[in-house]
Ligand binder design. Structure first.
Ligand code: URA
Length: 365
């Protein structure tokens, strides 16, 4: 049984000067739950300042807790899905809308909720929030702070965060779906390094292993591609940082590059991307269950340039989305929520007749 954390334990761990190590992962998880959740599962912040502020402006999302009714807008969110580009998240939002049978009121369409921020894009499809996070750890970090605060202001209960991305495979063919087991930094540490008040702070880059296994179990034998679990290397750069020979600069040889990739492979690293450690570190610190699912867009043992045809790339990028949608459908079905969403489906009874009616209407323009 998971240990129960008391106020006394909390004080000991909370005091920065007398942090005692946790006995084991279970004790740490129980502690994290204590500091990040109210008893009803709503998100608690590890920052006492926020409650004391007149208002909290989520600047990069173009939202605020006094300007918007965040509970009314987002209180039902169960899944936060993130990916690099606004276009990918727009696609995912439309895809998941269809997959979970969510229907917008007649005449309405999905709107980018954060359009006025000109930074990130955000679409809400019932219990699923689809957000773009940009490229690299600083961009993800800013978004994560504001998303976690959004979960708090909106009183979301036990939200699950999933990053849907692209990556370079190591000995893994393009099109393979990779679920991250452990996220490693450039020095192969399972943590993310922060500089806070000039001091170096490491936070564990831990993802939810059970969620990773559950996602893997949803891969189908009929999928015409592999879905695997492995370690992910997160770098601060796409070119030299990932051992590419084709950046504006390169001061190592091809042999040195190949030896490095081989070393990564021996360490169990199956893919490289640029966001997983910060995503894992901040979700873990916030006590949020999280997973990273990427598709390899090339095998780095064969080259550096991304040159798969556009249509192939488009199809590959749908693969992590398909896996994540299976998971979301499964959870919603288990909670009896899928049926209620599906119940709203069906304004277009026949796509063929719908097209015919549209064409007829246009003819009478
Ligand atoms: N994203 C990366 O960071 N690296 C790759 O090689 C491909 C996608």
């Amino acid at each position: 049984m998971a240990p129960t954390i008391t106020d006394k334990d909390f004080k000991v761990h909370h005091d920065r000067n007398q942090v005692t190590p946790f006995k084991d992962d279970e004790e740490e998880d129980a502690y994290t739950r204590y500091v990040t959740r109210y008893s009803d599962g709503t998100v608690k912040l590890r920052n006492p300042n926020i409650e004391l502020m007149d208002q909290d402006i989520l600047y990069h999302l173009a939202l605020g807790n006094e300007s918007h009714d965040l509970k009314e807008m987002f209180g039902d969110i169960k899944f936060v899905c993130m990916g690099g580009t606004p276009k990918r998240m727009d696609n995912f939002a439309h895809f998941i809308m269809n997959e979970i049978g969510y229907k917008l009121p007649a005449g309405m369409q999905l709107q980018d909720i954060s359009a006025y921020s000109y930074r990130y894009s955000m679409y809400k499809v019932g219990p699923v929030l689809c957000v773009s996070h940009g490229m690299g750890t600083p961009s993800v970090s800013i978004l994560m702070h504001e998303m976690i605060k959004l979960m708090y202001h909106a009183k979301c209960r036990d939200p699950i965060f999933i990053r849907i991305g692209t990556c370079g495979g190591i000995g893994i063919e393009g099109g393979t779906v990779i679920i991250t087991d452990d996220a490693l930094d450039g020095q192969l540490r399972n943590s993310h390094e922060f500089t806070i008040l000039g001091e170096t702070v490491h936070r564990p880059a831990k993802l939810d292993k059970k969620l990773a296994r559950e996602l893997k179990s949803l891969a189908s034998a009929d999928d015409p591609y592999d879905t695997i679990i492995g370690k992910t290397l997160c770098t601060n750069d796409f070119y030299e940082g990932q051992g590419r020979l084709d950046g504006a600069f390169c001061e190592f040889s091809e042999n040195e590059k190949m030896a490095y990739l081989e070393k990564l492979r021996e360490h169990g690293v199956v893919n490289i991307e640029m966001e997983s450690t910060i995503f894992a570190a901040l979700t873990h610190h916030a006590g949020i269950k999280a997973a990273v699912v990427c598709v390899a867009i090339l095998n780095r043992l064969n080259g550096d340039q991304v040159n798969a045809p556009k249509e192939v790339m488009h199809e590959w990028q749908q693969r992590p989305q398909i896996l994540v949608s299976r998971y979301i459908r499964k959870v919603l079905a288990q909670n009896g929520q899928l049926k209620s969403l599906l119940g709203h489906q069906g304004s277009i009874k026949s796509p063929r007749r719908f097209t015919f009616v549209q064409q007829e209407s246009q003819a009478h323009d």
